[in-house]
Write a protein that binds this ligand. Structure first.
Ligand code: HEM
Length: 501
């Protein structure tokens, strides 16, 4: 080796040592700052600079549905997942979630407006009920609660509109009975129509092409888990991943679609005859200051929200119910015996019948427990430091209720992996402890549609089993019960055989 080369190698070695020392010092500094910031926060895996714990999700076969249960098993009731440099806290225990979201609901009921995707949605499509905060959120939420509670659809009760959809669903099933069918599209139409009754005071014909298009757009919007996209936490990712665009585009197109329906409705508005959600919102828009939250974009987004949050969630849970029945014929037969005893052949079910259809109601609860459609709920932004389980939850952190872990907590549900409706029975055979399932979350920001969803699930399920028995689509092969996680946790599309009893 020549003298020059040796000299260059020497310079390189000296410089590379300097570079390495520099990198090590930066890393050490980063760890000291980060770990001191994380002092007394809930435990969690050691984060890396810039990406935090995100690389854990980059391993093959790992999704939130596998990673979070594994972290729950390791860290217990609460853990921190470092998303980039932002702490995300998963609460895995029902009492702690109630403490955080109910008792401290004053500081944990907002959505994280700093999320990149939420900012983009705000600009392009409006925030609606699910993503807004403060006064706009309060007003929009109030209108939706009032519409569900007081108005019904066109002054008919929510129960009547559910009955009407059941009749239509049974008509379609009757045409295909004894052969196999993917029920999801049909159930989506029925549950969306329940929302449509509430929002617009009318239903769509199942064959209406505008309706088909609306449903197609809605289901596109739920294919991506937009609130957990790395782009929310890792600025670099935004340059080469556009996953959120798909989600936002489908919100925009659905919103456009809603505009046409809204225009029709506005023409027939009569302030002395408030018929539904839209009329209530139009009344507020015309009346006072709070009406500013009901300007076109936000009102349209609130309507998209009701469809988005209310139809696929309920249709998917109904499909889970039927999938579980196909795989558990004894449980299905016991529900049917009970339904026959209480309702006989032709009597229509009402929601109040659940006091006599105890095993059937317990079966619905058991499915809500094992297959929560929003397994980690929606994100909550922490407005102030607070103490939880001896840890500090810092201002600026984002909390999720780990609903999946809570519904499978072995301290609350013995042998949680067993599908067993009788776990809901108290000593005297009555259904007890319904609030142990927190699939609708808790506190001021919990699901607006919990009651409507429970009515739909119980009444649709009972009515279908009253007339039909469901079996796996392929003889001898059980239905695949593995969930697929998008914006919500969905079923895999599969057919069921629907046999007339
Ligand atoms: C099985 C069916 C359903 C389940 C499991 C479910 C679950 C949930 C969950 C976990 C949340 C997040 C709450 C939180 O931030 O902690 C939520 C929010 C919401 N749900 Fe549901 N939901 C269902 C059906 C419905 C229905 C039928 C409607 C409408 C009629 C609806 C309307 C909403 C709305 C508007 C929100 C946003 C509330 C807010 O941000 O203030 N949901 N739901």
């Amino acid at each position: 080796m020549g003298v020059e080369k040796i000299a260059m190698l020497d310079i390189f070695l000296q410089n590379s040592t300097t570079i390495l020392v520099f990198i090590a010092t930066v890393l050490l500094g980063w760890y000291i700052v980060t770990l001191s910031r994380m002092r007394n926060m809930p435990p969690g895996p050691l984060p890396l600079p810039v990406v935090g714990n995100f690389l854990m999700l980059a391993q093959p076969g790992v999704t939130l549905l596998t990673l979070f249960p594994a972290l729950t098993a390791k860290y217990g009731k609460i853990f921190t997942f470092q998303a980039g440099n932002k702490p995300v806290i998963l609460i895995n225990d029902a009492k702690l979630v109630k403490e955080a979201f109910v008792k401290r609901g004053d500081i944990t009921s907002n959505r994280p407006q700093h999320y990149y995707v939420i900012k983009k949605i705000a600009d392009k499509a409006g925030l609606g009920i699910t993503l807004s905060n403060g006064q706009p959120w309060k007003e929009l939420r109030r209108v939706s609660v009032t519409a569900m509670r007081d108005l019904g659809a066109g002054r008919r009760s929510m129960e009547e509109s559910i009955q009407e959809e059941i009749t239509e669903v049974l008509k379609v099933i009757e045409q295909v009975k004894d052969s196999s069918m993917d029920l999801k599209p049909l159930l989506m139409k029925a549950t969306s129509n329940v929302i449509s009754h509430m929002v617009f005071g009318s239903r769509f014909d199942f064959d209406d092409s505008k309706f088909e298009l609306l449903l197609h757009r809605l289901s596109q919007a739920t294919s991506v888990n937009a609130l957990f996209l790395p782009a929310n936490f890792l600025p670099l990712v935004r340059y080469f991943s556009r996953d959120e665009d798909h989600f936002i585009r489908s919100l925009e197109t659905t919103s456009e679609h809603i505009k046409a329906l809204l225009d029709d409705h506005e023409e027939s508005f009569d302030e002395h005859n408030i018929r539904d959600f839209v009329d209530l919102a139009l009344q507020m828009k015309k009346s006072d200051l709070s009406g500013r939250h009901f300007q076109d974009l936000n009102l349209r987004r609130a309507i998209v929200d009701m469809f988005n949050a209310g139809s696929e969630t309920t249709a998917t849970t109904l499909q889970w119910l039927l999938f579980y029945m196909a795989n558990n014929p004894d449980i299905q037969a016991r529900c049917q015996r009970e339904i026959d005893d209480v309702l006989g052949d032709g009597q229509r079910v009402t929601y109040s019948d659940r006091s006599r259809l105890k095993y059937t109601e317990a079966t619905v609860l058991e499915v809500l427990r094992v297959r929560p459609v929003a397994p980690f709920g929606f994100p909550r932004y922490v407005e102030e430091d607070f103490e939880l389980h001896g840890y500090t939850i810092p201002k600026g952190a984002v909390c999720f209720a780990n609903i999946l872990a809570i519904n499978n907590d072995p301290d609350v549900f013995a042998q949680p992996d067993r599908f067993d409706p009788t776990r809901w029975f108290g000593e005297n055979g009555e259904v007890t402890g319904r609030d142990r399932v927190i699939s609708f979350s808790v506190g001021p920001r919990s699901c607006v549609g919990e009651l409507v969803a429970k009515m739909e699930l119980f009444m649709f399920f009972t009515s279908i089993l009253q007339v039909y028995t469901v079996l796996p689509g392929t003889q001898g092969k059980p239905v695949d019960l593995t969930p697929l996680l998008g914006f919500i946790s969905k079923t895999r599309s599969q057919k069921l055989v629907i046999k007339k009893r």
